[in-house]
Design a protein. Structure first.
Length: 345
């Protein structure tokens, strides 16, 4: 059995940073994740994708951000249960929860932080009849290594941040980049939209709006994509690679059965401390919802920070919480005896 102060469900960037904030308050953390390594989607889906909205980093690769977070929390010696999904939760004391994973590993903690990102997910595929015929033969729904597209003709589809960011990045990698979007306006960050427009105006990418991909053709590998315009006209674009980036279809999985308030496949929380309404259980990052919610990593960092402060008061109601700046006090890991206890089973 693994015992800790805070059990974090999800080892993505928000879950990892929460370890740091908890460590500053001398709270031990253990993380559970169904993936085989920390980092969540950043590691599994787009480790080479640049991220532009992390404070202090004009641009940082997703995988590099995970590496930095792991280095940042190393002094606090968190425990990890990886490759296992949190399945069942039960209350086993006045202030104690027990969480059992898909492989039967038992964890106990007074506080649960659900930082499961989008939960269980799979890519949203465009309604192209023969798209599965070209999967791994020119069609991909995520970009794990952009070097695969070096000197290739690439067509991306989508209007969100991922499609915009990868269009910008691949403009310096691929021999030809085309972005197609069914509207003439985009959902992504304004700065990214402006960069894509500048690339299109300078002729470095091809931008097709008010249109969508409707067909694929090729022999052993993808050779062309049929584009249908809003006017009804169709054209064929010669390509080597087609990457539809329409986001992920999230599913909460077993967490949906934990008795929490669910709204639009996310967990409702109180923004005072990102509590779920169940004492000792918090939800932070993309998995939660509230009025004005923004699904950004930096917002998840904030939510985790506030939730940890509340968790300390929940665990130790008689202790005075003294907030201290790391610029004054530095960062110190857990005492050696607590480090050992954090990994005990």
């Amino acid at each position: 059995m693994i015992q800790t102060d805070i059990l974090i469900i999800g080892a993505g960037p928000v879950g990892l940073f929460t370890v740091f904030e908890a460590g500053l308050l001398k709270l031990r953390c253990h993380l559970i994740d169904s993936l085989g390594q920390p980092g969540g989607q950043l590691t599994e889906i787009y480790p080479k994708k640049p991220i532009y909205d992390i404070p202090g980093y004009p641009s940082v690769l997703a995988g590099e951000l995970v590496d930095n977070l792991m280095e940042q929390i190393a002094p606090f010696n968190p425990g990890f249960t990886l490759g296992e999904r949190a399945e069942h939760i039960e209350k086993v004391g006045e202030k104690m929860y027990q969480v059992t994973t898909s492989k039967g590993t038992v964890h106990r903690a007074p506080v649960i932080m659900i930082a499961g990102g989008l939960g269980c997910f799979e890519p949203r595929k465009p309604p192209i009849p023969n798209i599965t015929d070209f999967e791994d033969k020119g069609v991909a729904y995520v970009i794990r290594d952009p070097e695969v597209y070096r000197n290739r003709r690439v067509l991306l589809a989508g209007g969100g941040d991922s499609a915009l960011d990868w269009t910008i990045f691949l403009a310096d990698v691929a021999s030809e980049v085309t972005l197609v979007h069914r509207r003439d306006s985009f959902r992504g960050a304004l700065d990214s939209v402006e960069k894509v427009m500048e690339l299109a105006q300078s002729g470095r990418i091809n931008l097709i709006t008010n249109a969508q991909a409707v067909g694929l053709a090729g022999a052993d590998h993808l050779q062309s994509v049929a584009i249908k315009h809003k006017s009804g006209e169709e054209e064929s674009v010669s390509v080597d690679e087609f990457i539809p980036l329409f986001g992920l279809a999230p599913k909460l999985g077993p967490i949906a059965d934990w008795g929490l308030q669910i709204e639009k496949n996310a967990i409702k929380v109180d923004t005072r401390d990102y509590g779920t309404g169940v004492p000792g259980i918090y939800a932070i990052g993309d998995i939660n919802t509230y009025a004005g919610k923004l699904k950004l990593i930096l917002c998840g960092f904030h939510e985790g920070t506030i939730a940890v402060q509340s968790a300390f008061s929940y665990i130790y109601p008689d202790k005075k919480l003294s907030f201290k700046y790391t610029t004054v006090n530095g960062v110190q890991g857990l005492p050696k005896d607590e480090e050992a206890a954090a990994t005990a089973s």
